[in-house]
Ligand binder design. Structure first.
Ligand code: ATR
Length: 270
């Protein structure tokens, strides 16, 4: 039986095993998917031991996505662009690293939330690892413009500069200078970890905007409440979680699971 894991620290709360078990059952793929806790100073050793024991691939979560990037011997273009790897496939000739977070976000926005991004004004709040991981995929969906705003403006500038050649107009600004009336607002900051509201003013929301926080559960609630209070459609990161998992499943198995029933099951259990 082919073995997969999600590696992280902490990792005990990961929902990935439940998601991949549902995907496997649905598609008839025979595999196991477990959690693997790696010591903070032992990511590489943990991964090598798993691969040596017959592991076929893994997902990588906090705080190892940059280590996974470094360990990959080949990388997909989107992983290269984002500077982080959340999915590894152990091939005979090396480890291929992918980053499925951005495709997961875009699929959730377009397919599940029913908002085609082409031609829209998009605001990406944050310029850390989470934001970097999704910007390339947002660009690939061809919105009219993407503004990246961040507490530390330099980091927004750097992120925009590294994606400036991709053909969608990008601007960088501070949180206070975020543009008004955006169609889609994505919170990729870790402020939601503190249960806070959005780090930007509500003027960024066009009436009926989609306001998505990459977190889910209680951590996202402050942002979701803020969005709803200002007339936006709130959306948490649960759909993105399921969609990025589906992309990883496809990367490993070449089969696309149906995400809708899996998202519904997780939603009901949240
Ligand atoms: P992650 O991998 O979750 O993106 P990160 O790389 O540490 O983690 O990035 C955290 C993001 O949240 C950054 O955009 C950070 O802003 P800075 O670059 O200015 O640090 C943002 N962030 C964290 N705490 C914040 C706060 N209290 N207010 C506004 N932004 C905050």
């Amino acid at each position: 039986t082919d073995k997969y894991v999600v590696v992280g620290n902490p990792v005990e709360h990961s929902r990935s095993p439940a998601i991949h078990a549902m995907f496997a059952e649905q598609t008839g793929q025979v595999l196991t998917y477990d959690r693997l806790l790696a010591p903070l100073d032992g990511f590489e050793a943990t991964l090598r031991a798993f691969a040596a024991a017959g592991g076929k691939g893994c997902n990588i979560t906090v705080p190892f996505k940059f280590d996974a990037f470094a360990l990959a011997t080949k990388r997909t273009e989107r992983a290269q662009l984002g500077g982080a790897v959340n999915t590894l496939r152990f091939d005979a000739d090396g480890w291929t690293g992918d980053n499925t977070d951005g495709a997961g976000l875009v699929n959730d926005i377009q397919k599940n939330a029913g908002r085609p991004l082409a031609g829209l004004q998009v605001l990406l709040v944050g310029a850390g690892g989470a934001a970097a991981g999704v910007l390339g995929s947002l660009i690939a969906a061809r919105p009219a413009h993407i503004a990246v705003v961040n507490r530390t403006a330099d980091k927004a500038q750097a992120l925009v500069a590294s994606h400036a050649h991709l053909g969608v107009p990008l601007t960088a600004a501070t949180l206070a200078d975020a543009p008004a009336a955006q169609d889609i607002v994505v919170n990729a900051t870790s402020t939601s970890l503190a249960g806070a509201a959005a780090p930007v003013d509500a003027r960024v929301l066009k009436p009926d905007a989609l306001a998505l926080d990459m977190m889910y559960g209680p951590k996202a609630q402050g942002f979701l409440d803020w969005a709803a209070a200002h007339g936006a459609e709130p959306r948490d990161g649960l759909g993105m979680l399921v969609e990025q998992a589906a992309e990883a499943f496809f990367f490993w198995r070449g089969v696309r699971p149906d995400t809708a029933p899996v998202l519904a099951t997780l939603r009901a259990a949240l």
